[in-house]
Design a protein. Structure first.
Length: 201
């Protein structure tokens, strides 16, 4: 059994209450692979009929009610990817939540475009957004949803690829991944992170 599926009671997220997408703010970054976390948050907010986006703690935040009257928050940090940790740390404090309450959506170049995968904790895989979160939150033990973006073909560098809007056939796979991420988030909210992780292993 992989480490992703090993839980002790103190580590099991009791209930995901904050979905955080990683990305870069600004229209020039829209529909780039690096911003798939933002795109998935937008789709989730639409599907949950969440409130309008408002600025809070350096993030854009939307909220949707649960059946039990509690709220689910969807957040997009508005610092750049490399500084995501500061706004997220501040937002969790303001919402009186902890790292155990959050699910982080981020791009993963080691997975093919179109694939998504839940994970608990583990390494940061050189991802600057995750590194910033781990530094500011002083832990890497939090729920994650990895959204595959693949790697560039030909001579394009990875740095250029992740910041270039998707084109051609990539668009269909990109949209599929965004929808899959939104659906997975909704399953986590409805059934709990642990069950959804087990069901998708």
């Amino acid at each position: 059994m992989s480490r992703d599926n090993l839980f002790t009671p103190k580590h099991i997220p009791p209930q995901i209450s904050c979905i955080i997408g990683l990305g870069n703010p600004g229209a020039e970054y829209a529909r780039t692979p690096h911003n798939i976390g933002f795109e998935a948050c937008d789709a989730l907010a639409r599907n949950l009929h969440a409130s309008y986006w408002k600025s809070q703690a350096g993030c854009l935040v939307a909220a949707a009610p649960r059946g039990d009257g509690s709220m689910v928050y969807i957040a997009k940090p508005q610092g750049y990817m490399n500084t995501s940790g500061g706004p997220v740390s501040k937002l969790l404090r303001e919402l009186k939540l902890t790292t155990r309450d959050m699910l982080v959506l981020h791009d993963d170049c080691d997975m093919d475009l179109g694939n998504v995968k839940l994970k608990w904790g583990g390494g940061l895989n050189g991802h600057n957004g995750l590194r910033s979160l781990a530094q500011k939150l002083q832990t890497s033990d939090f729920a994650r949803l990895k959204c595959g973006i693949g790697r560039p073909s030909g001579r394009m560098s990875l740095a250029t690829y992740v910041l270039t809007p998707v084109r051609g056939k990539q668009q269909e796979l990109f949209d599929f991944a965004v929808d899959a991420a939104s659906v997975t988030c909704q399953k986590c909210l409805a059934n709990g992170f642990q069950k959804t992780l087990a069901d998708n292993s």
